[in-house]
Write a protein that binds this ligand. Sequence first.
Ligand SMILES: CC(C)(COP(=O)(O)OP(=O)(O)OC[C@H]1O[C@@H](n2cnc3c(N)ncnc32)[C@H](O)[C@@H]1OP(=O)(O)O)[C@@H](O)C(=O)NCCC(=O)NCCS
Ligand SMILES: [Zn+2]
Length: 213
Amino acid sequence: MPTATSDERFIHPTADVSPRARLGRGVRVWNQVQVREDAELGAECSVGKDSYIDAGVRVGARCKIQNGVYLYHGVTVEDGVFLGPRVTTTNDLRPRAITADGSLRGAADWTVTPTRIRRGAAIGAGAIVLCGVTIGEFAMVAAGAVVTRDVPDYGLVRGNPARLCGAVCACGEPLRDAQLRGAQAGCPACGAVTTLPPAVVAVLQSAAAGAGS
Ligand SMILES: CC(C)(COP(=O)(O)OP(=O)(O)OC[C@H]1O[C@@H](n2cnc3c(N)ncnc32)[C@H](O)[C@@H]1OP(=O)(O)O)[C@@H](O)C(=O)NCCC(=O)NCCS
Ligand SMILES: [Zn+2]
């Protein structure tokens, strides 16, 4: 068990961490995790049991990665991101094992499309993130969603395909139309005032108009 100060790293004896991976101070890596070569885990990240961090993946500081999360080559995770249990990312939009003539495809045949999960975002359990998307700062993805498009900063998306359905404060509480002053919303829980992107303002306004009709 890690009893240490937050500066000390903890790597469970069953984890497989490449000597070429770079781990910041205070990183915690739990049972049966694999961290591949040239992957980077920022300071104070924790990586839960059974997770897989592919070659070259960069994870920022203070991220919480729950059990069974798969981060594939081409994915970048910025600081302070929460990834719920069994979050799965992808890196090839149109995968094939073989070429048209039946021969095995190699690494050179793999088309990697980058994905970015921005600072403070949270992704619920079992969500799937298709490659090529950017999930915005402090955005939230509902459990079980399939993210096929970009998610704006502070946006809440849910469903398959995931659709923008609301807004969240950096503290995680929902923001609603009643809290809007122009593009700014004051959080009833923590008092923070957040400037929301136009698409998020629009979804709050249309939800309120729908509720009133
Ligand atoms: C999306 C989420 C944040 C919404 O929470 P909320 O604002 O309290 O939502 P409510 O329970 O009021 O539900 C609002 C509507 O969204 C629906 N909904 C809630 N979660 C949903 C989900 N994950 N996917 C699809 N729809 C969902 C509800 O059924 C409800 O629909 P209805 O009005 O037609 O009945 C939350 O449900 C969620 O998925 N959180 C992630 C939890 C998680 O994975 N944590 C990981 C750590 S263990
Ligand atoms: Zn708040």
